[in-house]
Design a protein around this ligand. Structure first.
Ligand code: ADP
Ligand code: MG
Length: 300
């Protein structure tokens, strides 16, 4: 057996004060966020890249550990499209919203409420968090109604694509106020008893509103909102958003994001930010550093 060394010398060159500096930079943000609810829309590439997903889950576990209450609403666009293809069901969109036919809704409920939801729950749980997966059916969380096309999209039959009629946050409050982390799939139930597929951005904005979250983060697959010249916007108010929508600069998948952001800011959520989920640890970078990332949406 090898004899244990009597004296072990320390190599002080490995001490890095910069690490301490970074941690201390987070202190005021942790103090500010502790005890508050942060709603996070998880979507885009961050959901399909294993390493990004793990680091997102680490961020969430850290948030809960420092006394903040994260509530996650996830999308699943690319995975849904892939699974629908496996069943030979084509994906069709109008105004950035998926049109969901009778065959698609079953696949979508399985993929969103089953595969994706449980994958996120399991990833967070495996890293020491206590995540609980919910769909809008659990505890009567999301009442839905059929989505009606407006403007250029008037008359389009969105079939089983819904929008939020009302939210009953009881089950989320119960989990949120304890050590559990709610992870919500954007499926709702209509007064007609039908299951509706709802864009996750829309659900997340309503939940941020109902819970009066201190912050609402929307993770996506791009840097934030780009203006008409393709420049990344650091902050924009509601009038600015409306102008970019009218000009057609904000389109497709960015539309439900900005609608949900507008709903949240106008209903009293103090801080709404669209951030790039393809950046590792984007949640922690946005919440706990002076610099921050992405586009902030402000009230006028
Ligand atoms: P997610 O999966 O995060 O919901 P989406 O693809 O639905 O992502 O929405 C984000 C996409 O919106 C961007 O990748 C981009 O193609 C599109 N988009 C449209 N208008 C803008 C804009 N003005 N700024 C940034 N992205 C925009
Ligand atoms: Mg989308």
């Amino acid at each position: 057996m090898k004899k244990k060394e009597e004296v072990v010398l320390r190599d002080n060159s490995k001490v890095t004060p910069s690490t301490a500096k970074i941690l201390i930079e987070a202190l005021p943000y942790i103090q500010q966020l502790s005890g508050t609810t942060v709603v996070i829309k998880f979507g885009g590439n961050a959901m399909t890249d294993e390493a990004l997903k793990k680091n997102f889950a680490r961020d969430i576990v850290l948030l809960k550990q420092v006394g903040c209450h994260p509530v996650i609403i996830h999308g699943g666009g690319p995975q849904i499209t892939q699974h629908l293809e496996n069943y030979n069901i084509k994906s069709e969109f109008a105004n950035g919203m998926r049109i969901t036919d009778d065959k698609a809704i079953n696949v979508i409920e399985m993929v969103l409420g089953g595969l994706i939801n449980k994958d996120i729950v399991n990833t967070i749980t495996s890293l020491g968090g206590k995540a609980v997966g919910l769909s809008g059916k659990d505890g009567g969380l999301i009442r839905a109604k059929k989505l009606q096309g407006e403007g250029d999209f008037k008359g389009i039959d969105f079939q089983n694509t819904g929008t939020v009629k009302s939210i009953d946050p009881g089950v989320v409050n119960l989990l949120d106020g304890s050590s559990f982390i709610p992870v919500i799939a954007p499926i709702g139930i209509g007064d007609d008893g039908k299951t509706y597929n709802i864009n996750a951005d829309i659900v997340a904005g309503k939940i941020a509103h109902i819970l009066q979250a201190s912050k609402y983060l929307i993770l996506t697959n791009t840097n934030g909102i780009l203006d008409e010249n393709g420049n990344l916007v650091q902050s924009i108010n509601t009038d600015g958003v409306k102008r970019l929508i009218n000009k057609g600069t904000i389109s497709q998948g960015m539309l439900p994001k900005v609608y949900s952001a507008l709903e949240a800011v106008t209903s009293g959520v103090e801080h709404v930010q669209i951030i790039d989920g393809t950046i590792d640890h984007s949640v922690i970078l946005e919440l706990f550093t002076d610099q921050g990332i992405g586009t902030m949406i402000r009230r006028n």
